[in-house]
Design a protein around this ligand. Sequence first.
Ligand SMILES: Cc1ncc(COP(=O)(O)O)c(C=O)c1O
Length: 356
Amino acid sequence: MKTGWFKKKVDELSKLKGYKKPDKYSNVIKLDSNENYAVKREFTLDLINQTQESLDIREYPLGGTERLVEALSVYTKIPPEMIGVGNGSDQIIDLILTNFASTETKILTSEPTFGFFEERCKLYSIPTIRIPFTNRMTLDIEKFILNAKKAKILYLDSPNNPTGFQFTKNELEQLIREFEGLVIIDEAYVEFADYSVLDLTKKVDNLIVLRTLSKSFGLAGLRIGYFIANKKVTDVFNRIIQYPYPLNTIAIESGILALQKSKYFLDVANQIKKERLLIIEKLRAMKVFEVYDSQANFVLFVARGSSQRIYKALIEQGILVKNLGKIGNHEGCLRVTVGSEEMNSKFLLAIRDLLT
Ligand SMILES: Cc1ncc(COP(=O)(O)O)c(C=O)c1O
């Protein structure tokens, strides 16, 4: 390469790890990416088929995201002026970081937190203060409060990926109210949890709550994320920061239909919560793993020295879970997504067989 500065920049970037996408296996039961297979495939295909009458993909989706926002407003009971959408919440995170964060803005977060967020901070050289999980896979609110003044941005996934941990509502609300900079609460898994802090967006000006249709709505492939914030922040994001057409027509129209049928998805989320409890109980009953409570659609368990063997043996049986390695002091962490009833029982049977 001829240009010095360009070569230097490319060399510098090539040293980063980047977000590691999940390994691709064919014909496996995919319980590694917190997708939602309890949502029936036919139901999602019907959504797309039903949009066809009104689709004209020769046109830009003018007015499309505005109609999606209206549907989100009905679903969340939040005024449309406080809602914006993005190409997955990944894209919203990226736009927030590139426009509001810099090498000067320390971000207070947990260790670990959502992997894409961690990698994006590295890409933009944004410094982070990371509060580690305790041995019991919980976070200490006092440590966040102690560090609050040292940071300009707070990012928390509530519930956390990959642990499933969520602060009590009182604790999180106190932290949000005390934090003086920008607060980003990522509620990607909120429909599986006991509470949301959405209503605080009406009172707290510096709060952005992130949401997605990838998890409880099972529409990860459509890439529909959204956020809720005060009117001024939302206006700036939608009018100035966001691309003119961040979502494609098919995603917009299917997303609107999905939101109109939200009862179906919320029923599925309740079913997942029941299955989550079953998985936790059965894994605990095996008496070999440390199994943690979860407020999300996945369960974290520690298999210590056996994790590699279990991970590989499960793949041989056609079941893929996430191999997380070390979290805090715990070696051998595995995360299993709660899937359909059938998938979950196959997973539990396979893991029981491995132990006998
Ligand atoms: C905490 C958290 N936030 C955001 C996302 C990404 O969501 P989306 O599919 O809307 O980009 C994920 C996906 O795994 C996640 O775990």
